[in-house]
Each structure stands twice: as C-alpha cells, then as structure tokens.
Ligand binder design. Structure first.
Ligand SMILES: [Zn+2]
Length: 159
C-alpha cells in the first residue's frame, strides 16, 4: 500500500491527481516514464519507479502509438535514424517485352553480333535503372552474356 500513499502524497504536492499529471506529461509533453520519474522527484522529492508510472498509464488505457513513440525516441536521440540506402531492385522485364526487343535486334547481340547459338542473349538497359534509365524500348537492347560481363566490369571500373 506504500505506492498508494506515494500517489496520494504526489497528488497533494501538485494539488492535482497524480494520474492526470502523468497523463499530461506523457501525452502532451511526450515525456518517457523515466523522465516523468525525474520530474516527480524534482518537484516532490518522492521516488517512484518508472514501472509504477507505466502501470498507472496502462490502467488508464493510455498508450502512445508506435509511430509517436518512435518519433519521440528519434527526437530525443534515443534512436538514431538512418535512411537505408535503397538498392535498386532488378526490374524484371516481361517476356513479351524481352521478345519484342530480341526480335527488333534480329536475335543478335547489338555489341558483337553473337547469337543464341553461341551465347546467352539478354535484354539489358543501356542506361541502368540505378542511373535513372527507363524500361522503354529505346533504352533496351539485346546483348550477349559475354558483352554484359564486360559492360559490368567497365561500369565498376568507372566508379
Ligand atoms: Zn556480345
């Protein structure tokens, strides 16, 4: 019953129901329960646990949305938010589009003339998607796996 006495003492010190104070600090001031503990300690010299604050909030049915809790944590530097560099997803061309490009290029590598008899033909992006290239016909071409390897090698070297 000691906790209840503390609650009464704190309420008396603030001249306001402790639960209302906690609710305001938690929702309006976006304080964490640990910060509320400090706030109460500073203002009343009464020690309470963060756990008892959480219990009171829970008892009142008060929760912060995950989004708010997360934004709050970022704002208070408890979480360091870093944008993950998105890797460009390899865009799968439809087989219909692939066929269209292969046919347009006479089923030959436009770079070396290899055909499907000797090499694997691929439809690739002239300007890579990662560099803003589109999947429009004029940015697509037929190339063989050998040329593609060369192209990738050259592109890696340019970096
Ligand atoms: Zn080729």
């Amino acid at each position: 019953m000691r906790r209840y006495n503390k609650q009464q003492q704190i309420s008396a010190s603030f001249g306001k129901d402790m639960r209302i104070i906690i609710k305001d600090l938690y929702l309006d001031n976006m304080m964490s329960s640990i910060e509320i503990v400090d706030y109460i300690k500073q203002n009343t010299q009464i020690d309470i646990t963060a756990r008892s604050i959480q219990r009171l909030l829970k008892g009142m049915g008060i929760t912060r949305s995950v989004k708010n809790a997360f934004n709050n944590a970022i704002k208070r530097n408890r979480v360091h938010w870093q944008y993950k560099e998105l890797k460009y997803k390899r865009i799968r061309l439809s087989s219909k589009l692939r066929y269209k490009i292969l046919k347009r290029d006479n089923f030959k590598c436009v770079l070396c003339g290899n055909t499907a008899k000797t090499n694997i033909l691929e439809v690739d992006h002239i300007i890579p998607i990662s560099k803003g290239g589109s999947s429009d016909d004029d940015n697509l071409r037929t190339s063989c796996n050998a040329c593609n390897k060369g192209k990738q090698y050259n592109e890696d070297c340019k970096k």
